[in-house]
Write a protein that binds this ligand. Structure first.
Ligand code: HEM
Length: 487
């Protein structure tokens, strides 16, 4: 049994004799997330035990030292069967699902791909035409005074960008593959909430099986086409200008083409929803905090003082050193709305945590990045306030502030240690680029589900059940193009 210094661990309030804490895991996920916050507020950094009928015995940790212990020991704490069984048919042997050598080889290929030069190409060459298409959609909505769903629009943008990165092809959301992929990701996410998912899919699973088949077939076709292209080039001794794309990096490192197809699809999956969702929550919070949006606009005005419309955005000018306030806004959004809000690992061997908690082999350990982001122990008494300034280190001599570095174990939004997110730099550059561009050019006005009465605060938007953090019902809003170069 799980112990700390010979004693059993505390259980959260409301634990039931047989169902344990399972009842919370059956709730809509936003309620489960609030429960994690509630527990953290009660016990602080103290580790507690939970029991959920569909899970092996487990603990919840909130202390950054314990999170560090897990993330630094990736040989002991693995994805495990709970995760793999649910995501196997979609993610297969891809990096999200893999442990051991299969993981190492994909990590190596990814590290090689995410070089500074490739990031520069993505931001400076691939992104601008996609962004221009996004603006066309926004301009049309502005001219016709129709509302648009900002979340779908941002998902279209990131799907095309990641499709280009992972598959070297333009992939609009209207493509049948994109639709199947969307459907399969959503249904896979549901399996983590619903303990009876096998029964449900036995009866109603045909559309999911069809979607997964389409995703897999598409992935194999892309790999075959890339292999053919490489063979042709090697015969003709020609050089591929896209030699540095991800699929080539994977083919250079991995012999098994099924694994390459899974790996490419995993990269697409890891990158597009997380970035689209974090940007959606960003624009939501900016609409709800117009003073902060105004400060972003002021930073742009001051930084690009002589700039004409449009802004000279590039991989250099969107670094956090150039636009620290905008970068701080993105960090603050991730603190409140981490796209991967809950993490779970399985122990391959008995282990003792820095706080003395002893876990047997096979137990699970969870932490809610969502709750850690709202922890008063980590962020102070004003943890509930949306305050990007907390990320800035102001300097006296009139120089730009710098963005504070917070330990990745206290702020594990991108994970940390050997399995830290490979796309972190890309996500940060993309986010600052998109925020700067859209704040500079447009005004957004949220369309409320229920119009608040004068003086009443609008209802908070909730996330939807998923592996990541989509906004339930999207983010409908009206848009207006700003007329001049000043905000
Ligand atoms: C705001 C955006 C993003 C956030 C918050 C985020 C967060 C995370 C987190 C928490 C993990 C660890 C998941 C786990 O193992 O349980 C992860 C892993 C990963 N992420 Fe991201 N991610 C983001 C964007 C991206 C992008 C743009 C890419 C690029 C395609 C990417 C690629 C990956 C990959 C390949 C892994 C697996 C790393 C490994 O297991 O070694 N991510 N990410």
């Amino acid at each position: 049994t799980i112990r700390r210094h010979g004693e059993r661990l505390p259980r959260p309030p409301g634990t039931l004799p047989l169902a344990g804490n399972g009842i919370w895991f059956l709730q809509p996920r936003h309620k489960l997330l609030e429960w994690f916050v509630h527990c953290e507020r009660q016990v602080g950094f103290s580790t507690f035990e939970i029991s959920v009928p569909s899970l092996p015995p487990g603990i919840v940790i909130n202390d950054p030292q314990n999170v560090e212990h897990v993330l630094k020991n990736s040989g002991v704490f693995i994805k495990g069967d709970f995760f793999r069984v649910r995501s196997w048919d979609l993610f297969g042997n891809g990096i999200i699902n893999a442990d051991g050598d299969l993981w190492k080889i994909q990590r190596k290929a990814g590290l090689r791909y995410f070089s500074n030069a490739n990031l520069k190409t993505l931001i400076d060459d691939v992104l601008p035409p996609i962004m221009a298409d996004t603006e066309k959609v926004l301009d049309e909505a502005a001219q016709t005074d129709t509302s648009i769903d900002l979340q779908s629009m941002l998902l279209e943008l990131t799907t095309r960008l990641m499709g280009n990165m992972a598959y070297d092809m333009d992939m609009p959301a209207s493509l049948p593959f994109s639709k199947s992929f969307d459907f399969a990701s959503g249904a896979t996410g549901e399996r983590f909430q619903n303990p009876f998912y096998k029964l449900k899919e036995f009866v109603l699973g045909a559309p999911l099986r069809k979607a997964i088949f389409e995703v897999k077939t598409f992935g194999s076709r892309i790999v075959s086409a890339a292999v053919q292209k490489r063979q042709d080039q090697s015969r003709n001794k020609s050089v591929d200008p896209m030699r540095n794309n991800l699929i080539n990096s994977l083919l250079d490192n991995i012999d098994d083409h099924t694994v390459v197809a899974d790996a490419a699809m995993n990269y697409l999956s890891a990158g597009r929803d997380t970035t689209a969702q974090s940007l959606t929550w960003t624009f939501y919070l900016l609409m709800r905090h117009p003073n902060i949006k105004q400060q972003v606009a002021c930073e742009l005005q001051e930084t690009f003082v002589n700039a004409d419309h449009p802004l000279p955005l590039s991989s250099d000018s969107v670094q956090s050193a150039s636009l620290p306030y905008t970068a701080a806004v993105f960090n603050e959004v991730l603190r409140f709305y981490p796209p991967v809000p809950i993490e779970l690992k399985e122990c391959t061997a008995a282990t003792t945590f820095p706080d003395g908690t002893w876990l047997p082999k096979g137990a699970v350990v969870m932490w809610a990045t969502w709750a850690m982001g709202r922890s008063k122990n980590i962020w102070g008494e004003d943890a509930d306030d949306f305050r990007p300034d907390r990320w800035l280190v102001r300097v006296e001599n009139g120089e730009l502030p710098t963005v504070r570095t917070v330990s990745a174990y206290a702020f594990p939004v991108f994970n940390a240690g050997p399995r830290s997110c490979l796309g972190k730099r890309m996500a940060e550059l993309l986010a600052v680029y998109v925020i700067a561009n859209l704040v500079w050019k447009y005004e957004f006005e949220e369309v409320f589900d229920k119009q608040p009465r004068p003086g009443e605060k609008p209802m908070e938007r909730q996330s939807q059940n998923s592996l990541t953090l989509p906004m339930e019902g999207g983010l409908p809003c009206y848009v207006r193009r700003k007329g001049n170069k000043a905000s």
